[in-house]
Design a binder for this molecule. Structure first.
Ligand code: ADP
Ligand code: MG
Length: 404
């Protein structure tokens, strides 16, 4: 995967056009029914403002939650209210997603104004990428922008069907930033290139491991998945998370890494407890976990070693917390890793964090502005690290003269 080669809104002649924009407004709602965290709405503002300033009429579309049909409790009304406040201008909420009334509103929309469609998932045609539904959506705009990186790994009507029918189809600023950051580390990483992997299960990360192996110089392993590696090397792991059917895979992965000269460091020590839910911790060697205990975090020696081994990096990709960081007593290793990445960034490394829980961990450590890039797209960033083509990205136009 090379550098970013898609056309963006800077390539778009937006003046006087009705531009249909896929955004990710899948935000949490509080008990009062209002938006409780508007991070995702704020993240889309640069694209929306840019189009408005260029003299476009902006038609926004997003999903919210997982309604299977029209459901007032999943209405985008609270999102329209918050967006209106952020833009300091009225945002019209369409009464539906498609249909004659929506078409009329879109066609009457003056330049410099915003219309928000209702929840895309009110129609099963969205997730089914239904041709007729995609055609109805496409007819609402004269150009298409995708700024929803978080759904780019899904071939839905709004992410794949519409850009197949409505041209030009270009990337918004948020989409561009994500693809630039993720693409450049996988394409031309400054060395040494270090991957840090953790999280719960090895099975969810096999493709990430396989895709990164030929590119990296060093791999640091923590989290629940470390115990499958410890087991593969013959250690005692007590009641720690184990995927017995993955031990062979871990063995062959270690052999492949050795063959390629990739240094693999599994946490040498860990913190153990009686329960994954909380309680007192004890530090033990990672291959000597007592029978009645389970590993809940990497240990202090691992924290020091891992810190050391990311500080000299040119590039670091991190996915998966080092321990059960949601429990404060088990968060030490994950927070230490977040701070080590911030320190590496200060020393000139490019540091990129992918995965929903990992992004939350970086935020919990308070260092999200001290690393190069924290991806907003949990599943999408993982699929990118797996080396997959994201359908929502593939559907966008290539930049003119942008190469192969
Ligand atoms: P991401 O969302 O960043 O891709 P994952 O979803 O793969 O990360 O992993 C996050 C989960 O891994 C967290 O819920 C965390 O509690 C869990 N986890 C980390 N270490 C352990 C461990 N030692 N045992 C069990 N679960 C763990
Ligand atoms: Mg997760």
């Amino acid at each position: 995967m090379g550098a970013f080669d898609k056309a963006t809104i800077r390539d778009l002649d937006a003046a006087g056009k009705r531009v249909l924009v896929r955004v990710d407004f899948n935000v949490p709602l509080g008990p009062d029914g209002e938006v409780s965290d508007d991070t995702r709405i704020v993240a889309a503002l640069p694209t929306i403002r840019y189009l408005l300033e260029k003299g476009a009429a902006v038609v926004l579309m997003s999903h919210l939650g997982r309604p299977k049909k029209k459901d007032p409790s999943a209405s985008l009304a609270p999102v329209a209210r918050r967006l209106s406040r952020l833009l300091r201008d009225e945002v019209t909420l369409a009464p539906d997603v498609v249909g004659p009334e929506v078409t009329r509103l879109a066609e009457a929309l003056p330049r410099g104004k915003v219309l928000l469609l209702e929840n895309l998932r009110f129609y099963p045609g969205e997730e089914a990428n239904d041709a007729e539904f995609a055609g109805q959506l496409a007819a609402l705009g004269q150009a298409y922008v995708n700024d929803a990186f978080g759904t780019a790994h899904r071939a839905h009507a709004s992410t794949e069907g519409v850009p197949a029918r409505l041209k030009p189809a270009v990337a918004g600023f948020l989409m561009q930033k994500e693809l630039d950051a993720l693409g450049s580390v996988l394409g031309t990483p400054a060395r040494p290139f270090v991957a840090v992997l953790g999280g719960a299960k090895i099975s969810g990360k096999i493709d990430v491991l396989e895709n990164l192996l030929p590119k990296i110089d060093r791999l640091l392993v923590g989290g629940g998945m470390m115990f499958t590696f410890v087991k593969a090397r013959g250690g005692a792991i007590g009641k720690s998370l184990l995927e017995a059917d993955r031990v062979e895979m871990a063995k062959s992965f270690l052999a492949k890494a050795a063959e390629r000269g990739v240094e693999v460091l599994v946490a040498p020590d860990c913190r153990v407890a009686d329960s994954p839910k909380g309680g007192a911790v004890q530090v033990v060697s990672a291959d000597r976990v007592p029978e009645d205990k389970l590993g809940v975090d990497i240990g202090p020696e691992a924290e020091k070693l891992f810190r050391d081994r990311v500080l000299d990096a040119g590039t670091v990709v991190w996915n998966g917390p080092m321990g059960i960081f949601e429990v404060p007593e088990f968060a030490s290793g994950t927070l230490a890793m977040a701070h080590a990445l911030a320190e590496a960034t200060k020393r000139g490394a490019k540091t990129v964090i992918g995965g929903g829980d990992s992004a939350a961990a970086v935020a919990a450590a308070g260092v999200e502005t001290q690393v190069t890039h924290v991806s907003t797209g949990g599943g999408a960033s993982l699929e990118f690290l797996e080396g997959r083509v994201l359908p929502g990205v593939a559907a966008l136009d290539r930049r003119a003269g942008g190469g192969a």
